[in-house]
Design a protein around this ligand. Structure first.
Ligand code: UDP
Ligand code: MG
Length: 343
């Protein structure tokens, strides 16, 4: 606590030309993953800095360029040059995914309150003060749910269905809307998440594992300002399956449970056939029924194998200990590093 206080009153300094500028340790850190967002970045910059400037607290913005193939990288560089102490850019060596891009930001944040949001302005930056206010009431995680979602119909359907399934499978993960990335976390939660070290992870779910006093607030939702969503239907299914197998053993347990029920029913069926043979005598009938039952059982077996394989695959990925992401370089002023050393 005292060291935190000291870093507030001993600000780092930065030389700009001949002037010495006092730079305070940020209170708010905004972490944003960027993948091919060239058309959105400038508007994002304008709207976000306006909101944060109005809040009147020291802040920083960390943008991770997650292997963009458009002009995002150049634009991010020029944004950093506009505000070298406030805007830090992490450049990845390739595309490691939205959550890893956020993780890279988490590893470097210096603020007390950390906000995550998308770069496409689907989450209006104007809602940030609402999250900060909720954090200041003492919550350690503030999840946002999108009121009046502006997405394509099929997206809404997949998302709703998945939310329901998740709630049913993982009642501990209480969130109205897991797809909304506008969220706020206290620093200790972010540090815990950054130290978790898993290769595939889903940040909002991970945060809830560590939260002691989470809450939810409703936020507005807009259409993508420009560009295309980075997820297609297959991507979304994959992503949601990852979430379930990454945070729960439910699928394995469901298969075991199904196995037990089927074994029990087969036993009853065998007993019935046995009694029937004793009473009615030998008979050949219902070959097709037998096939149907057989195919059903083979289906369940393959499903079980697939689900077990999914978990084994995860273990395989983790034991290889490859880096989760590779950072090419970081654009930040000397001062940013100085503050990091102090905090
Ligand atoms: N994103 C990323 N890496 C990826 C895919 C997406 O960093 O591989 C970023 C993207 O730039 C955006 C956020 O993650 O800031 C959400 O992505 P998108 O808008 O495509 O997803 P949707 O809103 O459609 O779920
Ligand atoms: Mg989006």
């Amino acid at each position: 606590m005292i060291s935190q206080f000291l870093t507030y009153i001993i600000p780092a300094t930065e030389k700009i030309g001949t002037q010495k500028m006092i730079v305070q340790k940020p209170y708010i850190s905004v972490v944003i993953p960027v993948h091919n967002e060239e058309e959105n970045l400038e508007v994002l910059y304008r709207r976000l800095t306006k909101v944060l400037d109005n809040l009147g607290k020291p802040y920083e913005i960390l943008l991770t360029n997650d292997g963009s193939t458009d002009r995002s990288s150049e634009i991010l560089k020029s944004l950093h040059e506009l505000r070298p102490t406030q805007i830090r850019v992490i450049e990845f060596n390739g595309n490691f995914g939205q959550h890893m891009a956020i993780m890279a930001g988490f590893e470097r944040v210096r603020g007390e309150i950390i906000i995550t949001m998308d770069a496409d302005l689907q989450n209006p930056p104007e809602e940030i003060p609402k999250l900060v206010a909720a954090m200041e009431k003492g919550h350690d995680v503030v999840n946002a749910y999108r009121e009046d979602r502006q997405d394509q119909k099929w997206r809404l359907f997949v998302s709703k269905a998945h939310n329901k399934i998740r709630e049913w499978m993982m009642p501990k993960l209480r969130m109205k809307d897991e797809g909304c990335m506008l969220r706020a976390y206290r620093r200790n939660i972010v540090d815990l998440m950054a130290s978790t070290g898993e290769r595939t992870t889903f940040i909002p779910a991970l945060a809830l594992n560590y939260a002691t006093n989470p809450t939810e607030v409703g936020v507005a939702h807009a259409e993508r300002l420009a560009g295309e969503s980075n997820y297609n239907l297959y991507g979304l299914i994959r992503y949601n399956f990852d979430l379930i197998t990454g945070f729960s053993l439910f699928p394995l347990q469901a298969i075991t449970f199904t196995g037990v029920i089927i074994s029990f029913l087969s036993f009853v069926f065998v007993m019935y056939l046995f009694m029937r043979r004793l009473i009615v005598g030998p008979e050949v009938e219902g070959v097709f029924t037998l096939f149907a039952i057989l195919f059903f059982l083979i289906g369940i077996l393959l499903l079980g194998l697939g689900i077990t394989g999914e978990y084994v695959g995860r273990i395989f990925q983790e034991v290889r200990h490859r880096p989760r992401f590779v950072v090419k370089h970081v654009l930040e002023s000397e001062t940013a590093r100085e503050i990091e050393a102090v905090s």
